[in-house]
Design a protein around this ligand. Structure first.
Ligand code: BGP
Length: 479
């Protein structure tokens, strides 16, 4: 790869990342089926459901479901893409909603209206020379598959997903080269409903169910890689990890070992997707926890043969772990992961530790481990933005966060890490995955919509808009 003086390759894919369910809205339009995310309300009911505790397969009366309208990208994508183009985006990461293509997930034929929507969207990107980076599954499973098959608990999902993947590869083979299989595949362990549509029955061995579902997703991911390479010869197909170092609280070897194990919980997935086999530590974990995976005889070969071309990852923060119960009392968490608070770092308004150097460490660690190109496909600061009396959003805190992370990216490149792109999360304000709120904003573009779904949906540039435009224009030289 050619380099310019500051270290970013000339063809570096600067851009932004969004997901269908957090952006599109139009949740039943043009034949789309209901997906798992469409059953996630805002407020206190959201987390228990994300963890697999669901009482009804249809939206409940009186609850507010943010994905149903989201920011109406479905109808406004031309306006939004024009703004991305104005910032100079080289790439846009987005996801296809499985239920727009196969409304029930197991339909015999795909839904033409859904296919056409993404055709038009990709054409619009092409008009501006923006490279699409497409996630096949970003936190949404057709609800029918959950009801009928138990979602990813069931092996059936592997061939249904393979059919979906082949359908979109064939349809978009001339328009999309970069693909990702499952968004943050390791989130399946933490938020199993959002990650894999898992709903637990009483008495079920939860670990067994999660790892069996994980195995199905890993095989499905490998089969998607296989199909993608066959259908699109120059395709680049990646995996996607929710990354972020786990630091030991102290130099006590027990803490160090615990931190290593927590990191391995995540690496487990990428070890399979990138190295093509289950690591020894996972086999031991299965033995120690009475987990007995059911595998077909061809699975090992499928996993071995069809490994990914690059490693995509999200990075927001790092965590700290300890084995000392006294220290653990000081566990602050964020709203997704538990963590002992790190005395050297500050946190976001949602308790996520802000750790730019952790990005450099994470990138180095992933590159050391896999020796494959890396793509940072999510990073950013979720913050409350205020529109001031002049109608502006002065989001200097966001610029500060991004600056620090981009400069650590540059360091990582100089450390020898092969980094091919950076798509910051939510370049336009979208629905938050963890909270379902609109007030947790990441964008360079403000969207007039509040937590209750009220607002004109008007788009407006924030101060960070021009800053990011200039970052891209100078290929990372002027941050
Ligand atoms: C990741 C997801 C995204 C996303 C982001 C920020 O976990 O892949 O979908 O939303 O985190 O999280 P949140 O929206 O909860 O702030």
């Amino acid at each position: 790869m050619s380099k310019n003086t500051n270290g970013f390759p000339e063809e570096f894919l600067w851009g932004g990342a969004i997901a269908a369910n957090q952006t599109e809205g139009a949740y039943l339009k043009d034949g789309k089926g209901l997906t798992t995310v469409d059953l996630l309300p805002t407020g206190e009911k959201r987390f228990p459901i994300m963890k697999g505790n669901l009482s009804s397969f249809s939206p409940l009366e009186g609850e507010f479901y943010p994905s149903h309208k989201a920011i109406d990208f479905y109808h406004r994508y031309k306006e939004d893409i024009a703004l991305f183009a104005e910032m100079g985006f080289k790439s846009l990461r987005l996801s296809i909603s499985w239920a727009r293509i196969f409304p029930n997930g197991d339909d015999a034929e795909p839904n033409e209206a859904g296919l056409r929507f993404y055709d038009d969207l990709f054409d619009e990107l092409q008009k501006y020379g923006i490279e699409p980076v497409v996630t096949l599954a970003h936190f949404d499973v057709p609800v029918h598959l959950v009801e009928k098959y138990g979602s990813w608990k069931n092996r059936e999902l592997v061939s249904l997903f393979e059919k979906y993947a082949k359908t979109v590869f064939t349809r978009y083979k001339d328009k999309v080269k970069y693909w990702l299989t499952f968004n943050e595949i390791n989130m399946l362990l933490h938020l199993p409903f959002i990650g894999a549509g898992l709903v637990f029955k009483e008495g079920e061995n939860i670990q067994q169910v999660k790892y069996q579902a994980a195995h199905h997703q890993l095989v499905a991911s490998a089969l998607a890689v296989k199909a993608g390479h066959e259908i699109i010869p120059d395709a680049k197909i990646g995996c996607m990890l929710a990354a972020g170092m786990v630091y030991p609280y102290s130099s006590n070897p027990d803490d160090v070992f615990d931190a290593m194990n927590k990191d391995r919980e995540s690496f487990f997935f990428i070890d399979v997707q990138s190295r093509g086999e289950y690591p020894g530590f996972a086999k031991r974990f299965f033995r120690d926890n009475n987990i007995d995976l059911v595998m077909e005889k061809e699975d090992e070969e499928i996993l071995k043969k069809h490994t990914v071309d690059y490693i995509g990852f999200s990075y927001y923060s790092s965590r700290v772990t300890s084995t000392d119960p006294e220290v653990l009392k000081n566990s602050t968490g964020g709203n997704v992961f538990d963590s002992v608070s790190n005395p050297y770092l500050t946190t976001s308004e949602w308790g996520w530790t802000i750790d730019p150097k952790g990005l450099r460490i994470t990138a180095n660690q992933l590159y050391d481990r896999y020796q494959k190109p890396l793509f940072i496909v999510e990073n950013g600061l979720g913050a409350v933005d205020e529109v001031n009396s002049d109608g502006e959003v002065i989001d200097d805190y966001r610029v500060e966060y991004l600056k620090l992370h981009i400069s650590e990216m540059r360091e990582a490149i100089q450390d020898g890490v092969e980094l091919i792109g950076y798509t910051s999360w939510g370049p336009i304000d979208i629905v938050s995955a963890s909270t379902g709120e609109m007030k947790k904003r990441y964008g360079y573009i403000y969207v007039d919509r509040n937590n209750q779904g009220k607002g004109s949906l008007r788009r407006m540039k924030k101060k960070s808009f021009d800053w990011y435009r200039q970052v891209i224009e100078s290929n990372g030289e002027n941050i």
